[in-house]
Design a protein around this ligand. Structure first.
Ligand code: TXA
Ligand code: MG
Length: 325
């Protein structure tokens, strides 16, 4: 398959592909998505195939206008509506009771559906021009790091997808926050681009789902989901790495001992800003994963604001048993 590449001026052509049941990657403010007409089960199936994604992992449906939530969701609880008013368009995904119009393949057979209206204007232009609602997982191969640039998409999916809308780098850099409104109390399924603190300010207490388990409901929460090929160690420096080529992902000041031992250093945020760290995270992992580093060491990052999402992704990328947060 030849992957057609579209500029931001050619979004209509990309939308035409979506209308014809093809699959097209596009920029959002979080990460690049791999889109398909969410109401067409064959198109949605092609997304799973291109990503090598197991069929039990449901897709998020993306909409161009908030009233389109009614095209896929049966009912909107008050708390969800308050979140839409506060966080849409933006990196916020609501899990809601699904309408029958959404094919089972999109939701992996669940009777709930994830819905998000992205802030990235080019994403909304594409969805609006397609005339439908767009199912889109992150545009990476299953278990690989999510792409925050068009180049990263092509590295993994060139020749496996019908099209790519080439935009700039993603401004948020980690995936959307996922909150389920299908239980008695809203549940945080995935930390992401909207901080938990902001959500609780909007709707009151949210239950934080444990990060492992319940994998059929949110397999995105399984460990090693965002894993690089190179072993990655979080939060403390093991002593037995002498002789290995070490790389370091920093936050704030880089310790002198690190300067002495690590040949490559990428600082996520010298100013200790969690949002800046989120923006730089996946590119840093990707860059170091492709370098000659044999291990990647990562600084501790505070769990406030977007730091929660950054730490969550790093924890999944880390070797089991080596994180000390
Ligand atoms: O920021 C984002 O959310 C990006 C961009 C492209 O919008 N998309 C994204 O999609 O991260 P994906 O497929 O990589 O992650 C979606 C997560 C998966 O872990 C999936 O299990 C969960 O959302 N999910 C989707 N629908 C669900 C549902 N009905 N119930 C529970 N979890 C759901
Ligand atoms: Mg993903």
């Amino acid at each position: 398959m030849k992957t057609r590449i579209f500029t931001l001026d050619e979004i209509d052509k990309a939308a035409e592909l979506l209308r014809r049941g093809k699959i097209v990657a596009f920029p959002t403010e979080t990460v690049y998505g791999l889109g398909a007409n969410a109401l067409d089960e064959h198109a949605a199936g092609a997304v799973f195939e291109a990503k090598k994604r197991p069929s039990f992992d449901p897709l998020i449906v993306h909409i161009a206008a908030s009233e389109d939530v009614h095209r896929v969701a049966r009912s909107i609880p008050d708390a969800a509506q308050r979140c839409f008013d506060a966080f849409w368009p933006g990196p916020f995904t609501a899990i809601l009771p699904k309408r029958k119009d959404v094919p089972d393949i999109v939701t992996a057979g669940l009777d709930t559906v994830g819905v998000r209206m992205p802030a990235e204007e080019n994403a909304r232009r594409l969805i609006a021009a397609s005339g439908t609602v767009v199912a889109a997982p992150s545009a990476n191969l299953f278990t690989h790091t999510s792409p925050t640039s068009a180049e990263a998409v092509l590295d993994m999916l060139d020749g496996r997808i019908d099209g790519l809308v080439r935009g700039g780098n993603c401004s948020v850099g980690v995936e959307s926050t996922i909150v389920s409104f299908c239980e008695e109390v809203p549940v945080l399924y995935r930390a992401g681009g909207i901080p938990l603190e902001a959500i609780e300010e909007c709707i009151g207490p949210v239950r934080v789902a444990p990060s492992v388990g319940e994998e059929t409901k949110a397999p995105g929460r399984s460990l090693r989901h965002y894993a690089p090929q190179t072993p990655l160690y979080l939060g403390r420096i093991p002593e037995d790495f002498t002789g290995q080529k070490c790389a370091y992902i920093g936050f704030g000041q880089v310790p002198d001992t690190i300067r002495g031992t690590c040949s490559r250093i990428i600082n996520l945020s010298e100013d200790e800003c969690p949002a800046e760290a989120a923006r730089n995270l996946y590119r840093a992992i990707r860059t170091l994963d492709r370098s000659d580093a044999e291990v990647i060491l990562v600084a501790a990052i505070p769990e406030t604001g977007l730091g929660r999402a950054v730490r969550d992704r790093l924890r999944r990328a880390a070797e089991d048993g080596f994180h000390v947060y």
